[in-house]
Design a protein around this ligand. Structure first.
Ligand code: NAD
Length: 260
C-alpha cells in the first residue's frame, strides 16, 4: 500500500489502459478520481469495483478537450479528497486515414483530446502539487510517440507532442518534488485497438483473430500484446520513491516495437 494517502486522477479510466492504471494505483492504496465516457450504469459498476479495493473513488464526467471541464475535474479531486498528487493523462482516441483524405475536424478532435487535454489537466493540477512539494505526472504517449505509421497523422503528431510536453514539464518542475514522465505502450488489446482490428479485418476480408496476429507481426517483435495491468505496474513504479529522480523520460513497454 505504498500510495496510501495519495490521490490519483486518471483520465479515460472508464476503459482499457486507464482502467488498468486506476486499478493498479488503487491496489497500492491511492484514492481515485475516475474520468471518461460510457454508460452511467457501467461507470458506476467500475467505480464500485475500484472502491471495493478499500479506497475512495469519485467520477468526473469531464470532456478533457474542454479547459473548463479539466478545471472542474481537478477541483473535484481537491473538493472530494483535499489534494491531487498523481495525474495520469491517459484519455485518447484514434482516427485512421491518409493525410490527403483526413477530415480537418478529425485532426482537431484527436489533437484536442490526445494532446491539448493533457496540457489543460497539467495546467490546473500543477499549482496544487507545487504547493505540496510532491507530485507525479504520467502522460500516456505510445510507440507512436517515438516512431510513425502511415494513416495516423493526428495520433502520431499528438503522441510525439506529448513527449515534448512531458520534457518541458520535467524541466519546469525539476526542483518542486514533481516528476513528469511518458509511458509509450505498443499494442494493448483494448476497445481502441479492437476497433482498428475489426475495421481492417473487414476491409481485408479476414478474421479479427488473424488480423490480431498480423498487427503483432507488423510491429511487435515479441508477438504478444502488452496488458493494461502491466502498464498499471509501470505507472505504480513511476509513483514510487525509487523513481523520484526519473523525470522527462519516455518509457517503452512495447514488446520491442521501437527497437527495430
Ligand atoms: P480505450 O478506448 O479503451 O479508452 C479510452 C478512454 O478515454 C475511455 O475511457 C474513453 O471514454 C476516454 N475518452 C475518450 N475521449 C475522451 C474525452 N474527450 N474526455 C475524457 N475521456 C475521454 O483506449 P486505450 O487503448 O485504453 O487507450 C488509452 C490511452 O493509451 C490512449 O491515450 C491511447 O492513445 C494510449 N495507447 C493505447 C495503445 C493500445 O494499444 N491500446 C497503445 C499505445 C498507447
Amino acid at each position: 500500500m505504498a500510495l496510501k494517502g495519495k490521490v490519483a486522477l486518471v483520465t479515460g479510466s472508464t476503459s482499457g489502459i486507464g482502467l488498468g492504471i486506476a486499478e493498479a494505483l488503487a491496489d497500492e492504496g491511492a484514492d481515485i478520481v475516475m474520468n471518461g465516457f460510457g454508460d452511467p450504469a457501467q461507470i458506476e459498476t467500475v467505480r464500485a469495483d475500484l472502491a471495493a479495493r478499500g479506497v475512495r473513488v469519485v467520477y468526473s464526467p469531464a470532456d478533457i478537450s474542454k479547459p473548463a471541464d479539466c478545471e472542474a475535474m481537478v477541483k473535484l479531486a481537491h473538493d472530494s479528497f483535499g489534494s491531487l498528487d498523481i495525474l495520469v493523462n491517459n484519455a485518447g482516441v484514434q482516427y485512421v486515414s491518409d493525410i490527403a483524405d483526413f477530415p480537418a475536424e478529425q485532426w482537431d478532435r484527436v489533437i484536442a483530446i490526445n494532446l491539448s487535454g493533457a496540457f489543460h489537466a497539467m495546467h490546473f493540477a500543477i499549482p496544487g502539487m507545487k504547493a505540496k512539494g510532491w507530485g507525479r505526472i504520467i502522460n500516456i504517449s505510445s510507440a507512436h510517440g517515438l516512431v510513425a505509421s502511415p494513416q495516423k497523422a493526428a495520433y502520431v503528431a499528438a503522441k510525439h507532442g506529448i513527449i515534448g510536453l512531458t520534457k518541458v514539464a520535467a524541466l519546469e518542475l525539476a526542483n518542486d518534488g514533481i516528476t513528469t514522465n511518458s509511458i509509450c505502450p505498443g499494442w494493448v488489446l483494448t476497445p481502441l485497438v479492437q476497433k482498428q482490428l475489426e475495421d481492417r479485418a473487414a476491409k481485408e476480408g479476414t478474421s479479427v483473430e488473424a488480423m490480431a496476429q498480423e498487427f503483432l507481426k507488423e510491429k511487435q517483435p515479441m508477438l504478444q500484446f502488452s496488458t493494461a495491468k502491466e502498464i498499471g505496474g509501470l505507472a505504480v513504479f513511476l509513483c514510487s520513491d525509487n523513481a523520484k529522480t526519473i523525470t522527462g523520460t519516455s518509457m517503452s513497454i512495447d514488446g520491442g516495437w521501437v527497437a527495430e
